[in-house]
Structure formats: C-alpha cells, structure tokens
Design a protein around this ligand. Structure first.
Ligand SMILES: *Cc1c(COP(=O)(O)O)cnc(C)c1O
Length: 421
C-alpha cells in the first residue's frame, strides 16, 4: 500500500479526469462559448455595452434583497425625471419595449377594457410616421396592436427632387383612429424639426413618441429631446448609458408613464390588498386591477433596474469626456499601426459623439475585399467583429465603444495579419 505524504503527490499519481476547464478561462469559455472583440459598437447581437464595476456591484447588492417592483419603479421615476427634465419615467426592458408600452399607453391610458384587449382592438389605432423615418425597430409599435401609417414623399432620398417629407403632409393621413406620431431620431437631433412636429401633433390632439434609443451622447440630449414637448421619449439603457443591455428608459408625460407601468407590472394581486405608494399609480383612477398587460413579457428585474439607475447616475458630461479620450487613444494607436496597410485611415471625431476610425482598403489587393476580410476577422483567433456598415465602399469601421482596454492591440495584429497574408 502506498501512502501519499501530501496532496500534490497524490494528485500526480491519481490525476482527475480532464474536465477541459482551465483556470484562465473566462465564464463564457467555461460554458463552452468563445468570447470576441467587439469593434462594432453597442449591438445587441454581440451583447451590447460592457458595464462598469460600480454598476455590477450595485446589481450584485440589489440581488441580495427583495423589493416591491412598483415602489422601485416609483423611485426610478424620480431619478429619471430629474435627469431628463420630464414629469416621470420608468425602466423598461430596452427602448424597443418602451416603444411598445408607449404605444399601448396612447391607446389605452387607464381604460381597463382597452388594456385587456391590446393588441387585438376592434378599431385599429393608427400611428403616423414620416416614411423616411421607417426602420426595423418600428415593429415594436405594431406589437401593441397599432398600425403605422406612412406620411409624405421624400424626393431628396429618391433623388427625384429637392423636397423631403413636409409637415402639412401629416394632415393628409390623419383619421379618427389616429392616436399619435412616431418620430425616429437618427444620428442627428434636429430640434427645430421635432419641435414643429410636436406642435402640429398637439394642435391635432395627437401625442408624439420619440425613438431616441441611440441619440446619446451628447449628454444634453437627455433633457434636450423631451424639452421639445414630445409626450414620450425612449432611450436605450444598454448603449451609451452603459446600463444592462436589457434595459431602456421610457420618460415623459406622467399620465402616459403611469399607463405604461400599469401595463407592465405583474397583477396577480387582490385589489383590496393592493396599496400603492404615492407616485405613478393612483388607486382612485383604477376601479379594479387589470390582468397582466401587453408588457408582462417585457419585465425588468430589480437588478436590471438598479443597474440602469446606477449607470444613469454615472453618466455625466465628465464621464463621457473621459471615455472619449480613452477611445481616441485606442483609435489613434490603430490608425498609426495600420496606416501603411490601407489606402487611408480616417479618424472621425464628431463634435457630439464618440469617435470612429474608417479604414479604406486598397481595392487592388485581393486580400482587401472588405466583405471577405470582415468574414475572416470574425472567424480568426480571437474573433474580431468590425463595423460593417460601409463594406460596399470597401471601408472597415472601428467603433471603440465596446472595446476593452488592450483590445486595440489584437485588432491591429489581426488586421495586419490578414492584409499581409
Ligand atoms: C438600438 C435601437 C433601438 C432598440 O433599443 P433597445 O434598447 O435595444 O431595445 C430602437 N431604435 C433605434 C433607432 C435604435 O438604434
């Protein structure tokens, strides 16, 4: 019989079966999923924003207690309204969910019958939208049972003329079923245009929903967009704010925010026992509790709500500046190292947004076909996902917003490797 003097000798003699799990693996690798370098931006498909330690700590602490979600959303409302200059606000499970809940609030308000029927309403409610603002996210509006009605003609976009969609054209499509206007902000917030749409809508008893999901930074937009008088504004929590990827903000007029919350909460409760704190929901306004509303499947966990609130607290002009300089330094390193491998490396520094780097590829080189290069970068080691919005022009874009410190070195190495090879 052999006696082992210590554990190390014992393990050498009797090795455990190899689990394949190595101590240096990250949590995803331990579950068999390779991680990747995201140089594309806060895209949902690649997991969205990377949260700061302070946000993660807050979420961890939030997980240790039970809390009333209704009370937590009331507290969130005070914080959001303060930061956005609105009457009220709640945390939703993304800007998309916000669009659905916001539409539901325009349709139903506090009307229990309508809340119960959404999305199958006898008279289909209509939401007007300038047809050049139609986009893949507006599906969220129709999810609440509304129909999107395209407004206007855009000759500038089609190249057929000099005029885009004009304000008077909204009136052409307005019917008795209309409840609101959807306004989607692109990269640029045109304050004058949105203000005039809001003015027209209010003169016509319609509310305005503003999809501002990706309209931060600049920081000023947090207050500037609601200041136009828009009734509800939606921001993503998982983009520039740096909150959990599955969060968003719905903010604006209190009666609409209240309706959105009513249609999102879990109502497996007795009316007589329900004791709302003063805030978004008023027992006087609701003679019975609704069944679970359209938003029940869009619930937000207490951890996610706290994570968003903490991220929102940390989202300041100073933190944006700090990030901007880190991103600039990363992009400059990439530019300096790759300049001689591409036709042009152009650093874009928009005044109000984070910088991006455009790499114009040499079109004469086989290795530089943008689509194929993009694919090879995705399948290499490590996997690198670069911005793919301008591949047709043979441009790779490097967006630093979801890059970790040090990722720039791998981006340089991998692109060099592919262009040399
Ligand atoms: C990202 C985005 C959304 C969706 O936001 P989520 O928070 O991911 O739900 C909606 N609209 C626009 C314009 C966006 O850019």
């Amino acid at each position: 019989m052999i006696l082992f003097v210590n554990m190390i000798e014992f393990q050498k003699a009797c090795p455990l079966p190899d689990s394949g799990i190595k101590p240096e693996m990250n949590i995803y690798e331990k579950f068999g999923v390779p991680t990747l370098i995201n140089a594309t931006g806060t895209v949902t498909r690649l997991g969205g924003s990377l949260m700061e330690e302070a946000v993660l700590d807050a979420m961890k602490e939030a997980s240790r207690f039970s809390v009333s979600i209704e009370e937590l959303q009331n507290a969130a409302s005070r914080i959001i309204s303060n930061k956005t200059g609105t009457e009220a606000g709640i945390v939703t499970s993304g800007a998309s969910a916000g669009l659905t809940l916001g539409t539901a609030s325009l349709i139903a308000g506090m009307n229990l019958e309508k809340i119960s029927r959404i999305p199958a309403l006898p008279d289909i409610p209509e939401i007007l939208v300038a047809h050049n603002q139609r986009n893949s996210y507006d599906r969220a509006i129709t999810l609440a049972g509304a129909k999107l009605v395209n407004v206007g003609i855009d000759d500038i976009h089609s190249g057929a003329g000099v005029r885009g969609v004009e304000l008077w054209e909204y009136g052409l499509e307005k019917t008795e079923y209309c409840v609101g206007v959807l306004y989607t902000l692109g990269d640029r917030f045109n304050e004058k245009e949105l203000t005039s749409v809001v003015k027209w809508a209010h003169q016509n008893d319609l509310a305005v929903l503003v999809d501002a999901a990706a309209s931060l930074p600049p920081y000023e937009n947090l207050k500037g967009i609601p200041e136009t008088g828009a009734d509800l504004v939606f921001y993503s929590g998982g983009k520039a704010i740096g909150g959990p990827q599955s969060t968003g903000i719905l903010c604006g007029k209190k009666h609409l925010v209240s309706s959105a919350l009513l249609q999102m909460l879990d109502w497996d409760e007795h009316y007589n026992l329900w004791d709302p704190v003063e805030g978004l929901l008023d027992k006087q306004q609701i003679h019975a509790l609704p069944r679970h509303g359209i938003g029940r499947g869009m619930k937000v966990s207490k951890e996610a709500i706290i994570g968003l609130l903490k991220a929102l607290e940390l989202f300041t002009p100073e933190s944006i500046e700090k990030k901007r300089s880190r991103f600039l330094s990363q992009l400059n390193q990439i530019r300096e190292n790759l300049e001689s491998f591409v036709a042009q490396a152009e650093l874009m520094e928009p005044e109000n947004d984070y910088p991006v780097l455009n790499l114009y590829l040499n079109t004469d080189k086989e290795a530089a076909n943008a689509l194929q290069l993009c694919a090879r970068l995705r399948s290499g080691n490590p996997r690198v996902f670069v911005g793919h919005g301008r591949l047709k022009e043979n441009i790779l874009q490097i967006n630093p917003v979801c890059m970790r410190e040090g990722d720039e070195k791998e981006v340089i190495r991998r692109i060099k490797e592919e262009l040399e090879g």
